[in-house]
Design a protein around this ligand. Structure first.
Ligand code: PLP
Length: 265
């Protein structure tokens, strides 16, 4: 393999000092998926498995400089966004994504952590919808995020299908709506709508565990890794679902709260 051709990926997101979510989960996932992972830090959280105690977004200039550093040297084939904090930072990231070519973009529209902490300011939802979603090759909202982005109320499978179509109308190419937050007792089903109009459900047995911290980050990072390795969208999404299911099914004992996934599973 020639220099600079090893599959390189990028996460644009927030850190998790507790190591289970955000950029830390992203890089662990990329490592496990055998791609090289780089990171643009947008925000820093003080966090553990019990919750998010505090966070601060970095000055935009330093974020811009991180993008410029990577563009000047690495050859990123696929990237993802995660926690982007507020409207100004969403806009700043969008400007950089338009300026440089970092390959296929997966957008995880992170809004609220499982513990209830807001990782995106309320008034930034419209910025994500209007500026970031149209750039997404893959968009991976959970149910509450899909509802916020579309204004729809999702109560059943038909509602998930309608929301996925509405998100494509907003400009996202492929949409994965994660059903992990739905109220069904025994199944966690994700709905996938591909850019070519094909759609399918990904179902896994619901697991009775609190160790699900960083699930969304892990899914979107695994999709990013698979895309960087040249997989097509459907294959990348199926690989990522299997990776997350295994990572939840084989928990590791870390922390006293919502523990992290097992990225070696
Ligand atoms: N912290 C950061 C920096 C994140 O990006 C995310 C999710 O994307 C979380 C925390 C929330 O993780 P979870 O809701 O899986 O506990």
């Amino acid at each position: 393999m020639m220099a600079n051709e090893f599959p390189q990926t990028l996460t644009i997101a927030g850190t998790d000092s507790g190591g289970g979510a955000g950029i830390m989960a992203d890089l662990k996932t990329m490592q496990a998926c055998q791609v090289f992972g780089a990171a643009v830090v947008v925000a820093v959280t003080a966090q553990n498995t019990l919750g998010v105690q505090d966070f601060m977004a970095l000055p935009q200039k330093l974020i811009d400089e991180q993008f410029a550093s990577l563009a000047a040297d690495l050859k990123i084939r696929a990237c993802k966004t995660g926690m982007l904090a507020d409207a100004a930072h969403v806009h700043g990231v969008v400007e950089n994504l338009k300026k440089y070519d970092f390959g296929l973009l997966t957008v995880d529209p992170v809004m609220i952590a499982k513990g209830g902490a807001a990782l995106l300011a309320d008034d930034a939802v419209t910025t994500v919808r209007d500026e970031l979603v149209p750039l997404a090759d893959v968009l991976t909202p959970n149910l509450p995020e899909a509802e916020r982005l579309t204004g729809l109320t999702i109560t059943d499978n038909r509602g998930m299908e309608a929301a996925a179509m509405a998100l494509q109308d907003l400009g996202a190419k492929n949409v994965v709506i994660k059903g992990g937050h739905e109220a069904t007792p025994d199944q966690a089903s994700d709905f996938v709508l591909l850019v070519d109009g094909r759609s399918f459900w990904l179902s896994a047995a619901r697991m009775d565990t609190v160790r699900t911290h960083g699930t969304g980050d892990t899914l979107s990072s695994c999709i990013t890794a698979a895309l960087a390795k040249g997989e097509d969208f459907e294959t990348a999404i199926r690989i990522a679902k299997d990776f997350v299911t295994a990572a939840i099914a084989n928990p590791i004992a870390v922390g006293n709260g919502h523990g992290p996934l097992n990225h070696w599973a």
